[in-house]
Structure formats: structure tokens, C-alpha cells
Design a protein around this ligand. Structure first.
Ligand SMILES: C[S@@+](CC[C@H](N)C(=O)[O-])C[C@H]1O[C@@H](n2cnc3c(N)ncnc32)[C@H](O)[C@@H]1O
Length: 270
């Protein structure tokens, strides 16, 4: 098994997000935005509370928390994503920042949320510790990740297509397992290890309506980071077969792919 170099993984992710920021909205956002209200409910976001949205991307969650009357601030390590957020929601409080080294003081927030951010971090435990640090006593953390590929079908289709025609073990900077936090017990373990109480995990049913059977390959190839790198590293002669296999998989679901999310939440001790 290859050793993870968190700094190299971070560089790889950072370069990737800088490159695809402007394409994110037309790709994955259609499905990541489906988790927002459950995420904000889990964090008990209410009017007047100060809320931090970690790995905010184009600002969807930050804006939704603001619409609930919270004082929300979003951070993301990609300057291009921050530009996207500012363009999409003028006046939104967003800034560049690292999930693993938050530039906020202790106990500043009543809630810290992250929508599909955790699975992109080289050191997610550090990010959870940072969330705990910036939360006030009694404050809540909540994050979403994808369910396992047998349930979050877009990933299942892509992985089995690569397994069948290509190679899953291509040289890309190794990071923590993409589906690590799909396991509720792992979510709870990491939350408790960071000092959180009463961890709870639920599943959010979501469906990705794709415009065509080819859209999944295109979004993965042009609008993701780790999965795009996995596809781009395949030999050119097998890539067409992978694309065709993915098309068949999407077609079997009539372009409506189940994409459930795992939602983990916990509270900081009073
Ligand atoms: C899948 S997107 C999620 C965007 C958004 N939260 C949403 O709901 O759609 C992941 C985001 O994590 C950001 N990210 C990855 N690593 C990060 C880090 N170490 N610190 C801050 N942001 C990070 C990326 O730039 C990207 O915008």
C-alpha cells in the first residue's frame, strides 16, 4: 500500500480544484446541493447564529445558512472557488482558508458545517479538531460525504467500468480512502476522538438526474479531481471502452442515479 504524503495530496487537490472551479456548478453541484437543508438542520442552524462553512466551494451552503438568518462565513482553499462564490452570491462572506488550519479564534462559531469537503482532505482528523476548536461549547458540527459505491451508484458505475477495462492502481498522489467516512462507525470514531459528544449518522436519499448517458463520464473527466485523475491516467486505448461501459451503466438507470449522502453530526461539550 502506498504511503500518503498529505502535503503532496493537498497540492494535487488544490491544483485540481483551481482548474475545475468554473465547471463545478454544471457538474456535481446538482447533487451536492440536495444535502444542504439536512446538513443545516443537523447543525441546528438558526437565525443569529454564527456559522462556518468549511470547503464552501461556490458558496451554496454558506448562502443557504445566510437565508436562514445565520451569520455565515465560508472558507475554501481554492481562490478560483472563492471567486465563483463571490460571483454567484455578491456580498457573501467567503474567503480563502484551509480546513486543516482555520484562521479563526477558539469558540467563535455556534455551528461548523462541511458539505462533501471531508473526502478531499489529506488530514481530515486535523480538520475535525479544528472544527472543535472554533466551536463554542454546545456548538454543533455536521458534515456530508458520499455513501459507498454500491449505493452512490455514479461511483459504482465508474469504478466497475475501470476495473473491467482499465486499471484502478494508476500512479496518482495517494490520499485517504475516498469512501472512508461512508462508514458511520468511522465518522463517529473520528468525531469522538476530537472531543465531540453524541455523534450521530444518518443517510440522505438523493438522486442525480443526468441529461444524457454520457454526462457521467464527462462530469467525472472534466469536473472532478481524484476521479478525473484516475480516468486521465488510463491508457488511451481503454478509455473509449470505459466511457462506453459507463454509458451503459447510466442508461440502465434511465439517467437517474441514486446518490445517497452520509450525514454525520455531533456536539461540543457544554
Ligand atoms: C466537492 S467540493 C464541495 C463544495 C461545496 N461545499 C458544495 O456543497 O458543493 C469540495 C471543496 O473542497 C475544497 N477543499 C479541498 N481541500 C480543502 C482544504 N484543505 N481546505 C479548504 N477547502 C478545501 C475544494 O476547493 C472544493 O471547493
Amino acid at each position: 500500500m502506498s504511503t500518503i504524503d498529505p502535503a503532496a495530496f493537498r497540492r494535487f487537490e488544490h491544483e485540481g480544484w483551481q482548474e475545475i472551479a468554473s465547471r463545478y456548478h454544471s457538474g456535481f453541484a446538482a447533487v451536492t446541493t440536495q444535502s444542504i437543508s439536512a446538513l443545516l438542520d443537523a447543525a441546528q442552524v438558526r437565525p443569529g447564529l454564527r456559522v462556518l462553512d468549511v470547503a464552501c466551494g461556490p458558496g451554496y451552503v454558506t448562502a443557504a445558512a445566510g437565508s436562514r438568518g445565520a451569520h455565515a462565513v465560508g472558507i475554501d482553499f481554492s481562490s478560483e472557488m472563492i471567486e465563483e462564490a463571490r460571483g454567484r452570491y455578491p456580498g457573501l462572506e467567503v474567503r480563502e482558508g484551509d480546513a486543516e488550519k482555520l484562521s479563526f479564534g477558539d469558540s467563535e462559531f455556534a455551528a461548523v458545517v462541511s458539505n462533501f469537503g471531508m473526502l478531499h482532505l489529506g488530514r481530515p482528523e486535523i480538520a475535525i479538531h479544528e472544527s472543535h476548536r472554533v466551536l463554542r461549547p454546545g456548538g454543533r458540527v455536521a458534515f456530508t460525504v458520499w455513501d459507498t459505491p454500491d449505493k452512490a451508484v455514479a461511483f459504482g458505475i465508474m469504478i466497475s467500468a475501470i476495473q473491467k477495462h482499465g486499471d484502478l492502481n494508476v500512479p496518482i498522489p495517494p490520499g485517504p480512502p475516498f469512501f472512508r467516512f461512508s462508514d458511520p462507525e468511522e465518522c463517529k470514531r473520528v468525531l469522538v476522538a476530537a472531543g465531540f459528544r453524541d455523534p450521530a449518522v444518518t443517510h440522505i436519499p438523493q438522486v442525480w438526474h443526468l441529461e444524457s448517458a454520457d454526462a457521467l463520464f464527462d462530469v467525472m473527466y472534466h469536473g472532478s479531481v481524484r476521479n478525473a485523475a484516475l480516468l486521465r491516467a488510463q491508457k488511451p486505448e481503454v478509455l473509449d471502452r470505459i466511457r462506453a461501459e459507463i454509458r451503459v451503466g447510466v442508461d440502465q438507470h434511465q439517467n437517474e442515479l441514486p446518490m445517497p449522502a452520509v450525514l454525520a453530526t455531533a456536539r461540543k461539550e457544554n
